[in-house]
Design a protein around this ligand. Structure first.
Ligand code: NCD
Length: 326
């Protein structure tokens, strides 16, 4: 079990980003997730923790694994789950988002899990509804449960019970500029003591990340030997307004994780990817499917992490009057 202080009480009614969470909060999520891990391996994959509660998946962007993961997580906690796939095109200046959410809330919903193309959308929603809000990815801002499951996987694979990442180096590679996964990972990793190197072409590597305490590098080859985990991001073509690099071939040549590059890394380096993978672009198939890969373990852990987050926001909601919790 990860250590959490005896007096600790989870204080957050919403989970909007890892920027808002402390190291103790992160460890508490991990300890809670660890408790839920076993549920998915039982023949009856359910616990009654959220019985009688209603969780709504409000997704304004396409998603397969995150949406299914939240759906299963809520189901395993015995909540009623409603999948509400909304359309971005019907949304004007945030009014429809809040209106949609208020309408959904009026049906007696306890938790809204929201994914939206606009950075800040989850926080905006949290300010306007009385129920709990969990951010499942807002624009280029944060994707907190992805950050949590990535860090949880690192701790698990490195055998670090307390998830103290002091002395560990994690590289995040690729389209840093457009990545909510990178932002959430950076906030969490830094709070737990890791050294983070952001690697990518200069066009996808904004200087602002230095202010978040990261080292920046435009050369993957320069950092390979130093890292304990490498998180390969998908190039977010849908968010690029103009080409950020000359060609896919050039990108793979400079930033692709190939078998050749893997050979130069630590033997037990963790190869991570949030998915969906562009096989052959940012990662070679043999590497994605090889022994260093944690990709499927990340997906499995995502379920326990999301169960923990849903459970904790519900706990905060039931324990405190609405005005005193964030
Ligand atoms: C990520 C996302 O949607 O931000 N994927 C995910 O949640 N599984 C990363 C990505 O789309 O590249």
């Amino acid at each position: 079990m990860a250590k959490t202080k005896k007096t600790y009480t989870w204080p957050h009614r919403h989970v909007l980003g890892l920027e808002d969470l402390t190291a103790d909060d992160l460890r508490h999520v991990f300890a809670t997730a660890r408790g839920f891990e076993a549920v998915s391996t039982r023949s009856v994959k359910k616990v009654p923790a959220l019985r009688g509660q209603v969780v709504v998946n409000l997704f304004f962007e396409p998603s397969t694994r995150t949406k299914s993961s939240f759906f299963l997580a809520a189901s395993r906690l015995s909540a009623d789950v409603l999948d509400f796939t909304a359309s971005m095109s019907s949304e004007k200046k945030g009014e429809t988002l809040v209106d949609t959410a208020r309408n959904i809330e009026a049906m007696g919903v306890d938790v809204i899990v929201v994914r939206h193309g606009r950075s800040g959308a989850a926080r905006q929603l949290a300010e306007h509804v009385g129920c709990a809000v969990v951010n499942a990815g807002d624009g280029q801002h944060e994707h907190p449960t992805q950050g949590l499951l990535d860090i949880y996987t690192i701790g698990q694979r490195l055998g670090l019970d307390t998830c103290d990442l002091t002395g560990k180096t994690v590289a995040i590679v690729g389209d840093i500029a457009h990545s909510r996964v990178a932002r959430s990972n950076i906030h969490g990793l830094k709070k737990l003591g890791a050294h983070v190197i952001c690697v990518g072409p200069p066009t996808l590597l904004p200087g602002g990340f230095e202010a978040m305490g990261c080292e920046l590098s435009t050369s993957l080859d320069d950092v390979l030997e130093r890292v304990d985990a490498i998180n390969m991001l998908r190039v977010q073509f849908e968010r690029l307004t103009s080409p950020a690099f000359p060609s896919a071939r050039e990108y793979t040549h400079l930033f692709g994780l190939t078998t050749e590059r893997l050979k130069r890394m630590k033997n037990n380096v963790l190869v991570m990817h949030p998915g969906p993978i562009n096989r052959g672009l940012e990662i070679e198939s043999a590497v994605a499917d090889g022994p260093n890969s944690t990709i499927l373990q990340q997906v499995t852990n995502g379920l326990a992490i999301r169960m923990a987050v849903l459970f904790l926001v519900h706990q905060a909601q039931s324990a405190e009057p609405a005005a005193s919790v964030r």
